[in-house]
Design a protein around this ligand. Structure first.
Ligand code: NAD
Length: 280
């Protein structure tokens, strides 16, 4: 059994450094994933930008390498074990063994009342958000164990992990509470091998995915003769910290969670929520 090191004697700069580590960020092509890839690279990690959309993965990689980082794009569909295995082999061949996995790829489901949920929306959301996170972890974690890397897996949950945010969010909420269960399960099973597993719970984050969701939700509500307002930045003024999140708010916390500064943290959820949990 691997026991977590006591790092009291190391400097903060050394603990926060990810120099010499290899990180994989799924969904790294756009939104929160781009910010995570950027901060991990800034901390010194070599970063594989994994996305189902090859062109956006290449775009993020170009941004990182232009800043002097080591990075590579890789096409990966997190729902497919075959695609994931091929991508992971390509990453190991180019960058070496993986130390940090960020399961960030996810879909934002269009809100629907419980009796209007479409099976295909439910299945697709679960496939990407839940099975995707488990699938990539199942490919990467055994390699971390075999390489005796004290790896870190970080899953992207949501404040929906803690509560039921709004009527109509049953599918998304179910998926993110399941992600939280995966985090806890993997933390227990992989802790003895020295692997930490955490999840991050962001409040609403301004991303291209959110912009798409607003559009799709408006169109769906209009069809049903309803109106819907989703992620209106003004609605966040009542929060203790007064604003909606931007991707970098989340990325800085991922960089901390991935670092040795968090060496005794596993199985827990780091909320990045502007204080929303305490006022709602
Ligand atoms: N934006 C928010 O308000 C918010 C809040 C809390 C949590 N989150 C979570 O953060 C993560 C990122 O969200 P975002 O807003 O940046 O989304 P986004 O839609 O802007 O970006 C998601 C990325 O994931 C990729 N992706 C989708 N399916 C994939 C698959 N099968 N395999 C590989 N890549 C795939 C997309 O191509 C895209 O590049 C998601 O897990 C989301 O649930 C978002």
């Amino acid at each position: 059994m691997v026991i977590a090191a006591d790092v009291s004697n190391r400097s903060l700069a050394d603990l926060y450094s990810l120099a010499g580590r290899v990180a994989v960020v799924t969904g790294g092509g756009r939104g929160i994933g781009v910010a995570i890839a950027s901060r991990l690279a800034e901390a010194g990690a070599a970063v594989a930008v994994a996305d189902i959309d090859e062109s956006t993965a290449e775009h993020t990689t170009a941004k990182l390498t232009a800043g002097g980082a080591t990075a590579m794009p890789v096409t990966m569909d997190v729902t497919s074990p075959r695609s994931t295995r091929a991508a992971v082999e390509a990453i190991r061949a180019e960058l070496g063994e993986i130390d940090i996995l960020v399961n960030n790829a996810g879909l934002l489901a269009v809100p629907a009342p419980y009796d209007e949920i479409l099976d295909e929306d439910f299945d697709r959301t679960m496939a990407v958000n839940v099975r995707g996170a488990l699938n990539v972890s199942r490919v990467v974690a055994p390699l971390m164990v075999a390489a005796e890397r004290r790896g870190v897996i970080i899953n992207m949950a949501s404040t929906a992990t803690y509560r039921y945010p709004n009527p109509g969010t049953l599918v998304y909420t179910t998926s993110k509470q399941a992600v939280n269960a995966i985090t806890k399960g993997l933390a227990v099973e992989l802790g003895p091998a020295g692997i930490r597993v955490l999840d991050i719970a962001p409040t609403v984050v301004e991303t291209p995915g959110l912009a798409d969701l607003r559009e799709r939700s408006r169109a769906k509500a209009a069809e049903a003769g309803r109106t819907v307002e989703l992620g209106n930045p003004d609605a966040f003024r009542h929060l203790p910290l007064g604003r909606i999140a931007v991707p970098d708010d989340i990325a800085r916390v991922v960089a901390f969670a991935a670092s040795d500064a968090a060496i005794l943290m596993t199985g827990s959820t780091l909320a990045v929520d502007a204080g929303s949990m305490v006022v709602r």
